[in-house]
Design a binder for this molecule. Structure first.
Ligand code: PAF
Length: 281
């Protein structure tokens, strides 16, 4: 496995792979890897000839009072996990942006609500870093987890709108044995925080089950879900059109229930599919 520590090294590696006519798959991460990340690597591995994982905690996507400084890091452990997952190159730059970097990539509308509303600038930071990462890795396919559902939809939109020559492959959300959505931030949870965090997926699953049993009224589904949730600060619980992320009244198309909340000082997000299945094509 190759370790690449600058954009120049990454580009040279990728150009060399491409010259051989081989296809590159890419999984972007901020490190402190868990089985959710590994599942994204496993999803791409059989689809491509060479697999690249980036590990970069992107300052652009953290607000001034967010957890950039305490974001967990484990470069040694991450490298081992990548090696075990059959990764060909780990791109771990100390700094990703060139001196004088002055560009921002913004996707409108899809970023208005949900995390876009409660974390101003966050999704612009994501699209900006992802645009640069897709360019320097020269990848043919890139895998993004459904755990960050809004991020996945926003990145898909950016790639379509800008005709970027890459296929975005969604990777299913992975849960711990108790049902908590895997996240690098789960490391910060106390036993009591975790108990509270688990009520998020219980609420979402109750909404999914009620839809399965025939309930289509979004207001009723939301109040059902809310009744399960016991957290310190509920940021949002919403049920939206899965494609546009816009408001809906009834479940008459692919929809998504999404939640974000703080337990202790840790922000957790989760989501489930509701209603007809979303077509990813
Ligand atoms: O999902 C993440 O870990 C990050 O938002 C990403 C896509 C690696 C961009 O920094």
């Amino acid at each position: 496995m190759d370790l690449l520590s600058s954009s120049e090294e990454m580009v040279a590696w990728a150009d060399n792979v491409r010259r051989q006519g081989l296809r590159i798959g890419f999984v972007p991460t901020m490190g402190f890897l868990h089985s959710g990340h590994v599942s994204l690597m496993q999803r791409l591995r059989p689809r491509v000839d060479r697999l690249v994982v980036s590990i970069y905690v992107n300052p652009l996507q953290f607000g001034p009072n967010e957890d950039l400084d305490r974001y967990p890091r484990d470069p040694e452990g991450d490298s081992q996990k990548c090696r075990a997952a059959g990764v060909d190159a780990v791109f771990m730059p100390a700094d990703l942006y060139p001196d004088g970097f002055s560009t921002a990539v913004t996707v409108d509308r899809l970023t208005d609500g949900l995390c876009g509303a409660s974390r101003p600038g966050h999704l612009d930071g994501v699209t900006t870093v992802v645009a640069r990462l897709l360019n320097v890795t020269r990848c043919h396919e890139a895998c993004f987890g459904e755990k960050d559902f809004q991020q996945l939809m926003v990145v898909r939109r950016m790639v379509r709108d800008l005709a970027m020559p890459v296929q975005i492959v969604p990777g299913p959300l992975v849960r711990d044995v108790d049902g908590l959505a895997l996240s690098s931030r789960n490391k910060f949870l106390s036993t009591e925080d975790r108990r509270k965090g688990l009520t998020l997926h219980r609420g979402l699953f109750a909404m999914q089950a009620a839809t399965g049993a025939g309930e289509t009224d979004v207001a009723k589904l939301l109040s059902l879900g809310r009744a399960y949730i016991d957290v310190d600060d509920l940021d949002y619980l919403e049920l939206v059109d899965a494609e546009s992320l816009g408001a809906i009244d009834r479940i008459d198309r692919p929809a998504r229930a999404l939640v974000a909340a703080k337990v202790g000082s840790t922000r957790l997000i989760d989501n489930v599919a509701i209603g007809p299945e979303l077509s990813w094509t």
